[in-house]
Write a protein that binds this ligand. Structure first.
Ligand code: ACO
Length: 430
């Protein structure tokens, strides 16, 4: 009769233990009972980079990397990208269900109410060097918001969490756009709350001297879809930062600053910039085979290809490829697209990429789209942080309501020196 358990024999002692298996997982803490003698600390699991450790139970995002599936709260990403809006998707992530029409209207209204930032934040942004990276400005200013909303400390008060969620989703585009305007020496453009979430974002970025900015509907929708597909991706580096820092019970602005900082790193939010640089280096379709040869020789990696979780086509990359076509109808083509398509064609037919299960990931096409829209590469991770805010908040709320969670505190295997006695500097040999 099969049992949902694992039998472990410790060959050091000959003892046998039965460990329960639930959801295809054992509890690492159950290993602690495995000891060589009563003084022994007990067995631990060693898992650098947490490649095979679940840190939480979650009901938000489902990924099946082998089959190329991504769902938010059960809804396939393709359906959301086709039919939903970013704000509706944010509601879904944070609250768990799609909103009724009246609830969506109220949510949208609440977000619009909170788009303006305190004038003093502008002064902080003014203080940054003219060429400051907008992601650095975003990390600093979103963290600073915690000092303006001291009620945010009440993290176990559902009403306080609700208001901070509205404020954060509403203010991230404003902070991001102001950071961008500062970096190009332009006056800040204030929010226009008659526009949609993404329409207003485009207004704050690109408004010149016109009285009223009118966003191009195709670009407005393209950004909205890109925001939908970037909204959550379960326990990645920045989400783990959000949960880890949030587990100390700090306010959500400080935790979002930590998550944004994690996204700043080139291995996380910076891969699409690396794709652009690679495509520029390749320079023309004709040079693609020669580049692929270098990749196969192990000299370089194909940027925008491969993923820790997806061992199939990243479903977000397919959506990006479709949007690219729609955007280029408005902006005119990005010559890098031809090189990207040729690269994808050659790689997907090549044995090396097939056997290594390397497919385009979300970053392969997103940078090309952003570049065609006129964004400098420094803005790419910022464009990632804005929509990911709703995912971070959903994960943070879930963590706070999870009775099994405590302050995050991994263990270590200490391999340093044994105890030794301090020697004053005057007695140490040169
Ligand atoms: N080009 C060429 N070979 C690759 C690539 C690539 N892009 N990615 C992985 N491989 C090969 C490795 O050389 C390795 O080969 P080997 O087994 O013969 O030694 C094998 O595939 C497995 O590679 P790992 O590095 O172990 O895979 P891992 O899951 O740790 O890495 C990662 C995933 C970091 C995304 C990797 O595929 C990569 O570096 N890709 C390029 C950078 C990139 O696009 N990053 C964006 C990720 S998406 C995101 O963060 C939003």
């Amino acid at each position: 009769m099969p049992r949902d358990s694992l039998t472990i024999t410790d060959n050091r002692t000959g003892r046998t233990y039965e460990i329960p298996v639930e959801h295809n997982t054992i509890r690492a803490f159950d290993l602690r009972q495995i000891k060589t003698d009563p003084e022994d600390f007990g067995l631990m699991a060693y898992d650098p980079a947490y490649t095979n450790t679940a840190s939480c139970k979650s009901r938000i995002t489902y990924i099946d990397g082998d089959r190329g599936i991504l769902r938010y709260r059960g809804y396939p990403i393709e359906q959301l990208a086709e039919q939903s809006t970013y704000l509706e998707t944010a509601y879904l992530l944070v609250k768990g269900e799609l909103p009724k029409p009246s609830h969506l209207k109220a949510f949208d209204q609440n977000i619009r109410l909170h788009t303006i930032i305190h004038e003093n934040i502008k002064k902080f942004i003014d203080g940054f060097h003219y060429d400051a990276h907008p992601m650095g400005i975003l990390v600093g200013t979103v963290g600073a918001l915690s000092t303006f909303y001291t009620d945010a400390k009440r993290i176990f008060d559902a009403e306080s969490r609700r208001i901070q969620t509205h404020r954060l989703i509403a203010k991230m585009p404003t902070l991001a756009a102001f950071a961008y305007r500062h970096s190009i020496g332009m006056p800040y453009a204030y929010p226009d709350n008659d526009l949609s979430y993404t329409g207003n974002f485009l207004n704050m970025l690109f408004k010149m001297t016109e009285l009223r900015y009118r966003p191009n509907p195709a670009l407005e929708r393209a950004i909205d879809v890109l925001f939908i597909i970037h909204a959550d991706h379960e326990q990645n580096c920045s989400t783990s930062a959000m949960r880890g820092v949030g587990s100390s019970q700090v306010d959500p602005y400080s935790a979002i600053a930590a998550a944004t900082a994690a996204l700043y790193g080139p291995l996380h939010g910076g891969a699409n910039e690396a794709v652009i640089r690679m495509l520029m280096e390749i320079g023309s379709k004709e040079r693609v085979p020669e580049y692929v040869k270098r990749v196969k020789a192990g000299e370089i990696r194909l940027m925008g290809f491969g993923h820790r979780i997806y061992k199939n086509y990243d479903p977000r990359a397919k959506i990006c490829r479709r949007i690219a076509g729609e955007v280029f109808e408005v902006t005119g083509p990005n010559p890098l697209l031809d090189i990207a398509i040729e690269l994808e064609r050659i790689a997907l037919a090549d044995d090396y990429f097939i056997t290594h299960k390397l497919y385009p990931n979300v970053d392969f096409y997103s940078g090309i789209i952003y570049q065609a829209m006129g964004f400098p590469m420094d803005m790419f991770p910022v464009l990632f942080a804005i929509p990911r805010t709703s995912g971070w908040l959903a994960q943070w709320i879930e963590m706070l309501q999870d009775e099994e969670q405590k302050i995050a505190r991994p263990r270590q295997i200490y391999l340093g020196p044994e105890k030794r006695d301090y020697v004053p500097v005057s007695e140490r040999p040169e």
